[in-house]
Design a protein around this ligand. Sequence first.
Ligand code: ZN
Ligand code: ZN
Length: 420
Amino acid sequence: MTASTALPSSACPRCAGSTVTTGLPRPWCPSCDWNLDQATPVLFGWRWVDRRLHRVAARLTDAQFAALAEGPLSPRTVTAARVTTLVAAAVLLAGVLAIAVLGVWLIFFDFFSLSTVLGAVLVGVAYLVRPRLGRMSDLAGKGIVLGPDRAPRLFALVERVATAVGAPLPQVLMIGYDLNAFTTAVGVRRTRVLCVGLPLWATLEPQERVALLGHELSHFVNGDVRRGPLTQVAETTLGRVAHLFGDDVPVGNGLVAYVTAVLTRALGRLVSGTARALQLLLVWTSLRDSQRAEYLADEMAARAAGTRAVVGLADYLVTRESIGTVIRREVRSGNGMSAWHAATRVARANLAANLPLLRRLTRQTEVSLYASHPPAGLRAEMLERRPGQAAAVTLTESEAAHIDDELAVHQKRVLRELAA
Ligand SMILES: [Zn+2]
Ligand SMILES: [Zn+2]
């Protein structure tokens, strides 16, 4: 989707209002949503199913927005999503443990017989679907780990922002390759990781960078169920079960082998299908909680950066695709961070007049049962609806430039990754 400017428009066939072509290939009507359907995300590929699920997601998204815009926005400890996840994780862990114990028992039940083989298979299955909590090495391809001595000004800024939002410091700070930023916790000891994509960092305005750090650091304290170890265990275990039993066993020669293979396949599909369905249910439930956590992280970010800067960040995300195109163009020409920033400023100025329409459009394109974030347009509106906050941390142009100098050594590496 590229954001083109509105052409001389024709009248809407439904409400006779003016149609626009902003952001979409065919005209649509901002007054009555006529033809906005062309931007409905594809989930399953069956149009009527996709439309229906989109309507469900839109209703949930709107209801959540209305409830949060009016009421208090604070971390919640007990939610339906949390309870569901907890129960699912407990059942799954008990299940895996039961399979392992049964396997060991079978191995020694009548050594060495058919039951020994069966026991060994069960132990193998339990091992393959064992719960995992992520490792630092999983993140290796996502960016470069920074040491405090190499980027003291950035570390100092992170510390100021963390204090302002009341979040603990990340134990690992990474510079990423994408137009993105994320926080996560890995391993049994839940090591806190903050990864800031250099393309995103370099093209935000200084105060919006404070907003970005504020938002990301808030995820360490806003009680997001998706980041909890239990969710990780529940979802990855189900995913592994589905994957393990989804593979068809080869059909052997002879009638007995054939019947065995067909039965095993049917059983495998049943287990795999059930695991997939449970995973889907769990994902859909926990993602509602996750969207709430995103609004809350924005609200906390406003405490550090001021409401205006966080709205700026949300509006940047509204136009992210166009900005991405601009950055890729600069990368292809071999230009570095300052050129990305200059080009992004021009693009954002050009898109400014269309922002209300582009914000509206995200409420169609970014609404989904699979969305971990609310539509960027709604995030901006949520901040505008709630009481404004002043900045506790300010980052001047020159301070931002000093941080850019610290990060410039990684530019070449990021350019290489972006070009590939
Ligand atoms: Zn209309
Ligand atoms: Zn977030």
